[in-house]
Design a protein around this ligand. Structure first.
Ligand code: FAD
Length: 321
């Protein structure tokens, strides 16, 4: 086993995903403790240029038309083949649909240990994971064989994993990618719905803390006064209180507003991975330990119903002055 730290670069439709930069930042921290190299694994078709903005020492690039967009089977087969040639100390994956899919099947297939939901690397090189919705923090150590790690957004900023110098490329020949069980036939963009929340500059995001459907009118009022739109976490959508076009998160839309005001949202990975491009996140939550406070620039520990009415009043007064 070498001391290198690998990470699987995620990209979609020609764009490197933020989680790849976050992983590069985490990998640098992990490598820094041991003086190891950070090496990105990039799969794609004509996609070598995607490596240029990543803060890694080298990139192992595998080019094949079947790898142009992610499919579980093709990625897994290529990684298994790659790991016949390389034996890194750790491989980082995003705790995303892609990363969770590939890392878990790889761990099962190769019998590699896996550490999930890494948020930070501690000063002593420990993997700090945030589990049970942020209620439990775990400090794990790498095993004495290649360890797989899934990385949550929130612990590092994407800018920390970016670089202006292009890393060296090592090309890797793809294995046989015929007869795959899963193949991509079409990429379908989600429908915009009545409001395209991915384009809104101001979003009032409501979570389970809003408690009842009737209370949504408070968020509507706030959105109207501020010139924004209301969006929600999954429990609100699952209740049928808002249409699925308003869902933010892994199963919904990724958003990038100037202001993301979250009311009663805990900050589960599946939600926050879609809001990290927001310019300012303000979180209102009555639980001081809610993980949303880890990524918000401003946090207000308060019952949201004690917060909205005075805020509405103050905005109205300011507008009337
Ligand atoms: C495969 C998969 C995909 C998923 N996709 C998504 C997705 O796309 N989007 C998504 O959002 N989730 C998704 N989830 C669900 C996700 O894991 C969380 O369960 C969900 O985000 C939690 O929503 P929440 O924060 O609104 O609710 P909770 O986690 O229940 O949090 C409610 C928060 O409200 C606070 N609160 C309660 N009352 C008040 C009050 N009066 N004032 C202030 N604060 C209050 C609480 O302290 C708590 O922090 C997915 C899960 C899986 C497994």
């Amino acid at each position: 086993m070498t001391q290198d730290i690998f990470l699987l670069i995620e990209h979609i439709q020609g764009q490197v995903s933020d989680i790849s930069y976050i992983m590069a930042a985490a990998a640098r921290e992990l490598a820094q403790n041991e003086g190891d190299s950070v090496i990105g694994i990039l799969f794609g078709s004509g996609a070598e240029g995607l490596k240029d903005s990543l803060a890694v020492d080298k990139v192992i690039y595998c080019d094949h038309p079947t790898l142009s967009e992610f499919t579980s089977d093709a990625y897994k087969r290529t990684l298994i083949s790659l790991l016949e040639d390389y034996s890194p100390r750790a491989i980082l994956f995003g705790n995303t649909t892609l990363g969770a899919d590939v890392s878990s099947s790889l761990a099962a297939h190769l019998k590699f240990p896996i550490i999930n939901s890494c948020l930070k690397i501690s000063d002593s090189g420990g993997i700090i994971s945030q589990i049970c919705g942020g209620k439990i923090m775990v400090d794990s150590q790498l095993a004495d064989k290649t360890t797989l790690i899934t990385v949550n957004p929130g612990g590092y900023k994407p800018e920390e994993g970016q670089s202006s110098s292009s890393p060296e490329t090592i090309t890797f020949s793809p294995p046989d990618l015929e007869n795959l069980k899963v193949q991509l036939t079409q990429y379908i963009e989600p429908e915009a719905g009545d409001v395209d929340i991915s384009q809104e500059k101001i979003l009032i995001a409501i979570g389970r803390g809003i408690q009842t459907e009737d209370n949504i009118e408070l968020a509507d009022e706030l959105a109207e006064l501020l010139g924004g739109a209301v969006c929600a976490s999954r429990p609100v959508i699952d209740q049928g209180w808002l249409s699925t076009s308003r869902l933010v998160g892994r199963s919904g839309k990724k958003v990038k507003p100037d202001l993301y005001l979250c009311l009663g949202i805990s900050g589960a990975t599946e939600h926050i991975e879609a809001i990290t491009d927001s310019k300012t996140i303000i979180a209102v939550n009555s639980d001081p330990d809610a993980p949303i406070f880890d990524i918000a620039q401003y946090g207000i520990e308060v019952d949201l119903f004690d917060f909205i009415d005075p805020l509405l009043e103050q905005i109205e007064n300011a507008k009337n002055d």
